[in-house]
Unconditional design. Structure first.
Length: 193
């Protein structure tokens, strides 16, 4: 979260339950800059429920706190105003995802010695984004890198336990090629209906 004076606050969600297209529930907590939980600040548990109504969709959130003291501390920190402001932006974001994402560059963050988070807002359906990560020809187009490079190897893993391998090389050969390989640990399609 970024405050009005450009202060930075880190947080995390721990996913508790997901019912596709109906609801999800998370534990919401504050984090240190490296992504680890900030144990001295309270957490809350929030359920998000989605339903169709005559003129659109309704999202309802219900937040539960471990104690009255935790609720009062988070209210004192501006939680109510922050949530009202954030939820008040949803219509504008949904109305024009292009302008919402326009000035948001790809961001990367080193979480610890073995994890890096890379994120970007993408305008596209869930099906299109899934295909872009599971179709070798599409991957070769967007995961290519700077001009002058090729991706001669794009071996996908489709089942848990399968191996994958990606290799990049300069056009025309030469020095500097590199690659990644690994094992697919989890694969859960998120297909829109």
């Amino acid at each position: 979260m970024t405050g009005p004076n450009d202060e930075r606050y880190h947080g995390y969600w721990k996913w508790v339950a997901v019912t596709p297209e109906k609801s999800f529930e998370v534990v919401d907590g504050f984090a240190n800059p490296d992504g680890t939980p900030h144990d001295e600040l309270p957490t809350s548990r929030t359920a998000f429920t989605f339903e169709t109504v005559d003129n659109g969709s309704r999202v309802t959130t219900v937040t539960t706190f471990a104690s009255l003291e935790d609720l009062e501390k988070l209210l004192e920190m501006g939680m109510e105003e922050g949530l009202q402001e954030a939820m008040g932006q949803i219509d504008d974001v949904l109305a024009d995802l292009t302008s919402f994402a326009h000035d948001r560059a790809t961001a990367s963050q080193i979480l610890n010695d073995t994890q890096v988070r890379i994120s970007r807002v993408i305008r596209g359906s869930v099906d299109d984004v899934w295909r872009a990560h599971n179709d070798a020809e599409l991957i070769r187009r967007w995961l290519l890198g700077p001009d002058g490079w090729t991706m001669p190897v794009c071996e996908l893993a489709t089942e848990v336990g399968d191996s994958y391998r990606y290799e990049w090389a300069p056009e025309g050969g030469g020095e500097g090629g590199f690659g990644f390989e690994g094992e697919l640990l989890e694969n859960t399609p998120l297909i829109a209906r």
